[in-house]
Design a protein around this ligand. Sequence first.
Ligand code: UD1
Length: 385
Amino acid sequence: MKVINVVGTRPNFMKIAPIIRQMRRSPATFKPILVHTGQHYDYEMSRVFFKDLELSEPDIYLEIGSGTHAEQTGKVMIEFEKVLIREKPDLVVVVGDVNSTLAAALSAVKLHIPVAHVEAGLRSRDREMPEEINRVLTDAISDYLFTPSPDAHENLRREGIPEEKIFFVGNVMVDTLLWSKEKARKSDILARLGLITKNDSRAADYTLLTLHRPSNVDNKKSLKRILDALWEIQKRIKIIFPIHPRTRRKLREFGYQSFLSNSGQWDSTIQSLNWQTNSVILTPPLAYLDFLKLEMKAKLIMTDSGGIQEEATILGVPCLTLRETTERPVTVTEGTNVVVGNDGNRIIKEALKILGGERKRGKRPQFWDGGAAERIVKILREQSK
Ligand code: UD1
């Protein structure tokens, strides 16, 4: 089976890595090819992950780059179609919910090439979220739908997807997390950020923060609400904030340069407050193992990412999701996640509650056990017979 595996953005790399690894174990059955659309292209958003995940260089790189949604989706479709015509694969595997996911799936089905969607069935029910559109459409046209949780399975059933196409296999992100945990322990990121010193090997307490959703960062009011909440939280605990390129651009665009400069000054045109020096540590986007280490040692994670909600659950670290909805409800019902939206007071209240010791314990959801990729590849092997 010649299988084209597609990645485009940062969260795709950790999902595809365990699948390719499993396929490589059966060279008589699978010939995996890795296509990178180039939706993410900066070293720290892309290449560095190949090293951490021991993923081989992409066989084909499409150099799509940034653009509007239509530009990105259209460019991937045009370039990926050429690859499909040339390579004639037996199957295309897409992961997650980014523009590259939908575009690659759409190009393939139009050429009657079967598509497998890994992480199928997740629904936030918020159609203003670009990823929700990508999820619904990719699922509607895929031939194999590999779901991470029973709710996803149920969503697909409700949308009329035939039962025989749906396979509950568990979570491939977790495969990568468990595979990487030992290596992540050895990361020296805590020392590099000054969180441990030579004299004291115990890490200082900190909250880990990520923000990149358009609904939070593209809107000045929403972003300010969150920054105001951070101001209160940093009085209690250090905040480590690796900044996504979109967020960096928006902070600059909205005139929050002083926040970015790490100078300890809160933009005076917005609010006359001084950040305590070093209470917020800004970093560029981090490599996978460094970030994982920071997650493991955090007192609290605050995020609007999807995958980080899952990682927090597996690591047993309390997580506040700064969004109105989550497409990953098991992280709330079974894990450590609390969805708080972007209301400043709610964020502060929930954060202080957790820092005061009132926290969810959570447990590991079913099949979040490191075996998801193995199940996927087993099913594909059986289906190919
Ligand atoms: C994309 C995904 C989102 C995912 C996120 C992970 C879609 C619709 N969104 O959002 O689901 O959670 O990736 O990071 O596919 N940029 C760079 N360097 C890069 C990549 C992007 O500077 O390597 C900048 C560009 O200016 C670009 C902006 O970041 O305009 C946003 O990138 P884009 O790929 O459009 O979406 P993300 O916000 O990263």
